[in-house]
Design a protein around this ligand. Structure first.
Ligand code: B1N
Length: 834
């Protein structure tokens, strides 16, 4: 029998909003049941864990919506300036724990589910990662979204709703295999489709000039092809639910879902061609990190989301204001690398062609609105597009770029007296490699502020890629060192450490992470140190369990966990790490009587599918692991594991479980790094080069608490310029020589002895990544870590100092600086930070 229906609930009179949801366990338990019943159509007796997950997300989502509405109404009422963060990637991971934690609902939700015999910890594991990004750049965008909500900066994130995110990685016979990722397969409880928020995006076609008497000529673009961009909104809730922002991701659709004429005349495939072609734009994320994907589809993706975002920004502005003259007072648009740089030309088109604003005025608005973040100096990552492709796909934008370039060159020549060589360096068109559009120069020219992501990187920007533009506009480049959100990367991933910290210094650090500094005085407190170490050990046990489950390999939680997790790239030098591992293996075998410090070398990371060298490095790590782990001679003194499918959720288990964090890129090449920050925040000791944000970590943590080695960026540049070769270095270093020879001669690849000959050979030759050059110092530094491990009190003191001194690397601090210096947006408290 069905119970008697509840009396109709009263609609409150004072506002048009429903009553906000209550947060007690009883209410949550009831509402989760209601979601299960009325939204999912399931009873408790047939519900699968997945249904509980969906019901929980929906109940939590209602609470976010309450705050979302309040935030939106407040921003609208106060006419606050909004930040629009344009990014091709948002590497979010899971959202349920983030939402529950930020809303302070951990206990009531846990208890509510327990009433049905359901464990929240297991429910959380069922949520798929939103992996709409490759690595650091995409994860930074996700941290920034969370920090903007937490610091109450009104913001929209704009990006692409890829149907397939970053590929899943499996390892078969030691080699990487890529499998499609399918995060939307079971639906996405966090997103709201906004079918009414849709824009037409054009491609190709012709531009004509229209002349009317008494008016300046106008250009009209008639695209040959048009697709629809439909908005999907995800609320991003900040710390304590104070503020909620929107992540707006665009999905591509054909204007006509099916060509009925074609279908009726029997062409069933042709009838769907148009919709397939349109939907292809947002089908899949390009898996290349720090490497330009030169295909047409990539340029389509870039323009598609740039144009949709700008049309949305302009339309929303005109809903409130009757002119676009004050656009820059009300929105700040941040270009996350050059992927959305075509926005500069597209905004000019909207202002000049569509809204009739005079060119110079439009340029003023454009420059005042945009700012641009550069994330890499690697030449292979700097985006350029062949003129013929650009012109064919975006004819009007190409004309506009020529016009911007003409103005730029005129200014450079007439006002600043640049010579031809300097002009060709600042030009938006590269004439040397078969004419190409340089997206970096376009983004620079169209912005009032350009920033690098660490102090060193910003200085190198001024000396290298933007040398000449910097001389022309010496005020434009500034530094904004990256940060990570402490909510996900400390509170959520390491709750036991947070409890311990709270016992020591009170709860203030949860609202102001820089208060972690107060932990410093506990570094020499033996009892605190021991508890700190006990938390670390428990986190290592948790990781050991994951390794056991996924790899059927036992690792001893009492050994040093020495971890390198990040994209696989030559400049990140996983190869250096594995060579050192092989050398250590040799030493243990030849001197088994010595007192070796037990170590577990942990690796994880994905290689771009077409990056052969990176894939070889993965193969080598797995080959080395197989041989070492099977050798009884090392007596568990050394283990090597490669954990497949590194992603945000795996990182949340790994970061708290590291003793040693490997940040060993060739100096000058890692723009910042953010994994380095997550590890140190969780008390790992860093072994690293003077690269990216490591330099600033050294300043904050202090030289006594970090292990720095290797050539400096300047020394690398000099060595390369002076024709450095690896072979003479290798000759002088028996350890390196023996390790390299064993790799080259097939010790780790007996079935295919020549497998690593060319990889290893590259060290004997140019040694481009300075692996031979840095080996000996790296080895020595690792042995210093071994020795330190024997004095555990000292090690733990240093680990505590690391956690205590990492507060500055919060993305709240980064966002505060962007808001104050670049965006001029956000609450007054942020504007006032010094
Ligand atoms: O951006 C991160 C930095 O911490 C890293 O050091 C940096 O390597 C990373 C093209 C990139 N730079 N460039 C990219 C990603 C995708 C793509 O298609 C380039 N990623 C970085 C955050 O600042």
């Amino acid at each position: 029998a069905i119970a008697k229906p509840q009396a109709t609930r009263k609609v409150p009179r004072a506002t048009n909003n429903p009553l906000p949801r209550a947060n007690d366990t009883d209410t949550l338990a009831l509402e989760i049941l209601e979601k299960l019943t009325y939204s999912l159509g399931k009873t408790t007796s047939v519900a699968r864990m997945h249904d509980w997950m969906d019901a929980t997300c929906l109940a939590v989502r209602d609470r976010i919506i309450d705050h979302w509405i309040a935030s939106t109404q407040k921003v609208t009422k106060e006419h606050s300036k909004r930040v629009c963060y344009l990014s091709m990637e948002f590497l979010i991971g899971r959202l349920l724990r983030d939402a529950i934690n930020n809303l302070g609902l951990s206990e009531p939700v846990k208890q509510a589910l327990a009433r049905y015999g359901v464990d929240l910890d297991l429910v959380e594991l069922l949520e798929p990662d939103a992996a709409l990004g490759n690595g650091g750049l995409g994860r930074l965008a996700a941290c920034f979204m969370e920090s903007m909500a937490s610091t109450e900066v009104p913001a929209f994130g704009y990006g692409i709703r890829y149907v397939h995110g970053f590929f899943r990685q499996e390892i078969a016979d030691g080699a990487q295999v890529e499998l499609p990722e399918d995060w939307l397969a079971h639906g996405n409880p966090w997103e709201f489709e906004r079918r009414e928020t849709a824009y037409e995006i054009g491609f190709g076609g012709k531009v004509t000039m229209v002349e009317e008497p008494g008016r300046p000529p106008r250009y009209v673009w008639r695209p040959a092809e048009r697709v629809l961009a439909v908005a999907f909104d995800t609320p991003i809730v900040g710390w304590r639910g104070k503020h909620v922002n929107t992540l707006r991701l665009w999905s591509a659709q054909a204007l006509d879902p099916i060509l009925l004429d074609a279908f009726n005349s029997g062409d069933h495939i042709g009838a769907l061609l148009e919709s397939n072609r349109a939907e292809a734009i947002t089908r899949v994320l390009y898996p290349a990190d720090s490497h330009q994907a030169g295909q047409e589809l990539r340029l389509r993706q870039e323009f598609f989301f740039s144009s949709a975002s700008l049309q949305d920004i302009v339309r929303r502005h005109l809903q409130t204001y009757d002119s676009l003259d004050n656009l820059a007072d009300k929105v700040a648009i941040q270009l996350n690398d050059t992927h959305p740089a075509v926005s500069v030309a597209e905004l000019m088109r909207l202002l000049v062609d569509i809204h009739g604003i005079e060119w110079d005025k439009a340029w003023e608005i454009t420059q005042a609105t945009f700012s641009y973040t550069n994330h890499t100096l690697l030449p292979e990552a700097l985006e350029t597009w062949p003129i013929h492709l650009f012109e064919r796909l975006l004819p009007r934008q190409m004309q506009i770029i020529y016009a911007i370039n003409a103005d730029l060159i005129r200014h450079a020549r007439l006002d600043k007296g640049l010579d031809d060589g300097q002009i060709s360096a600042v030009s938006l068109i590269d004439e040397n490699n078969g004419r190409r559009v340089r997206m970096g120069q376009l983004a620079f020219a169209g912005s009032h502020a350009v920033n690098g992501v660490s102090a060193l990187h910003t200085e190198l920007m001024k000396e290298t890629v933007f040398r000449d533009l910097h001389r022309l506009y010496p005020e434009r480049i500034e530094n904004k060192t990256n940060g990570v959100t402490p909510r996900r990367w400390l509170f959520e991933c390491n709750p036991d450490l947070c409890k311990l910290i709270e016992e020591a210094i009170g709860p203030g650090f949860r609202d102001n992470i820089e208060l972690l500094a107060e932990l410093d005085k506990f570094a020499d407190d033996a009892s605190f140190r021991d508890k700190f170490a006990a938390v670390k050990l428990a986190n290592k046990q948790r990781l050991a369990k994951v390794v056991e489950e996924r790899l059927a390999t036992y690792v001893d939680p009492k050994a040093i966990f020495d971890i390198q997790v990040k994209r696989i790239h030559e400049y990140k030098r996983q190869f250096l790490n594995i060579i050192e591992t092989v050398a250590l293996y040799d030493q243990i075998r030849s001197s088994p009587h010595l007192d070796w410090t037990p170590r577990v070398k942990v690796f994880a990371g994905k290689a771009a599918p077409s990056y052969q060298e990176a894939k070889q490095i993965i193969h080598l790590i797995n080959d080395v692991a197989r041989v070492i782990n099977a050798d009884p001679a090392v007596r568990n003194l050394l283990k090597v594991v490669f954990i497949p499918n590194y992603n945000v959720s795996l990182a949340e288990i790994i970061m708290p479980a590291a003793d040693v964090s490997e940040q060993i890129s060739t100096a000058g090449l890692e723009a910042s790094g953010t994994g380095n920050m997550k590890f140190a925040l969780n008390g790992a000791l860093t072994i690293g080069t003077l690269d990216g944000a490591n330099v600033e970590m050294l300043e904050h943590i202090g030289a006594d608490n970090i292990f720095i080695f290797g050539l400096t960026a300047e020394e690398v540049a000099n060595a390369r310029a002076n024709g450095h070769m690896g072979q003479p270095v290798i000759e002088r270093q028996p350890l390196l020589r023996a390790a390299l020879e064993s790799i080259e001669n097939g010790v780790f690849s007996e079935n295919d002895p020549g497998r690593y000959r060319s990889l290893a050979g590259s060290l004997r030759d140019r040694d481009w990544w300075m692996i031979a050059a840095d080996f000996q110092e790296y080895w020595n530094t690792q042995r210093r870590l071994d020795e330190l491990w024997l004095d555990r009190a000292k090690w733990n003191t240093m680990a505590v100092h690391n956690t205590a001194r990492m507060g500055w690397f919060s993305s709240d601090r980064s966002i505060g600086e962007y808001a104050r210096d670049i965006w001029k947006a956000g609450p007054k408290s942020i504007q006032a930070i010094s």
